[in-house]
Design a binder for this molecule. Structure first.
Ligand SMILES: [Cu+2]
Length: 283
């Protein structure tokens, strides 16, 4: 009987080895790194698959979107000894806001099908949640539909990766984006540094002809009709003041916009309504 149970366990491990930690923690972490060394998380409607634990250190994260909806990865470090169970309870009680005991640690932002998004984040030892904060058509954030995954960081040897050298720095303040220099066409490695008092994100959109950032924002409002007036290409999810996250984005010539959708700490209104958008042209 014991043998039969053991055999079944082995069988299950063999079947689900690509999606679970059956193979042991070290192997499961290694198996999920792509050839570029990035840790891969797969987003679907509505959940994430990927490693349950990672070593601390600078970590390049790639999101692979296998869903129909737009998704991103927001790393949240749980503070004050809170657990994933506490987080789930808080979201169930009020899905319209994130609890106050989380630290915004960034992640790759949303991108449309066929594009890839990378972000290099600094993960320090502790308990994290990986969530998607993008709302569905009815305005319900995906985190409330199940897009939340617990992640334990630490143990093992810390990763000693070096931060990629940025070609551009975007400084975030309340409520503005400031570029260190104009964006040129091609692949750009962009450092985002938050000098504001509040958390901020960077959503990079390629604007369709004659469209403005406002048109693109309107096309993501609940109940909006018609196709979006721009394409989401890259960016990072929210980071706390004093934080720095690096992302890589490909810029073809054209008009672009940056948007911050993070709700304001005081008014509760998204930061773009406080002026946190900008438009620029890539020659
Ligand atoms: Cu903001």
């Amino acid at each position: 009987m014991r043998y039969a149970v053991f055999g079944l366990t082995l069988f299950l491990c063999a079947v689900v080895v690509s999606q679970s930690a059956c193979a042991g923690d070290r192997e499961s972490v290694a198996a999920r790194r792509g050839v570029d060394g990035a840790v891969v998380f797969v987003a679907h409607d509505y959940g994430f698959t990927g490693p349950d634990r990672l070593p601390a250190g600078l970590t390049t994260v790639r999101i692979v979107n296998e869903g129909q909806d737009l998704h991103h990865i927001q790393f949240l470090k749980l503070l004050q000894g809170k657990s994933a169970t506490d987080f789930r309870a808080a979201i169930a009680a009020d899905p319209s806001r994130l609890p106050g005991w989380v630290q915004y640690a960034g992640g790759p932002n949303a991108h449309s099908a066929g594009r890839q998004a990378f972000a290099t984040v600094n993960l320090t030892e502790g308990d994290y949640m990986l969530i998607c904060w993008i709302p569905d058509k009815n305005g319900v954030p995906h985190v409330a539909l199940g897009m939340q995954k617990a992640l334990s960081v630490g143990g093992g040897k810390a990763v000693k990766a070096s931060r990629p050298t940025p070609s551009i720095v975007i400084k975030q303040v309340d409520y503005q984006f400031i570029f260190s220099r104009p964006v040129e066409s091609g692949l750009q490695t962009i450092d985002v540094v938050n000098h504001g008092a509040q958390p901020h994100e960077v959503v990079v959109v390629k604007l369709f002809q004659d469209a403005t950032v406002r048109d693109v924002i309107a096309s993501f409002e609940p109940g909006a009709s018609g196709p979006p007036r721009g394409e989401l290409v890259s960016g990072i999810t929210a980071i706390d003041k004093g934080s720095r996250v690096t992302f890589t984005g490909k810029f073809e010539p054209g008009r672009y916009g940056l948007i911050c959708f993070v709700p304001d700490a005081v008014t509760g209104r998204p930061h773009f309504l406080h002026g946190m958008t900008t438009e620029f042209t890539v020659e």
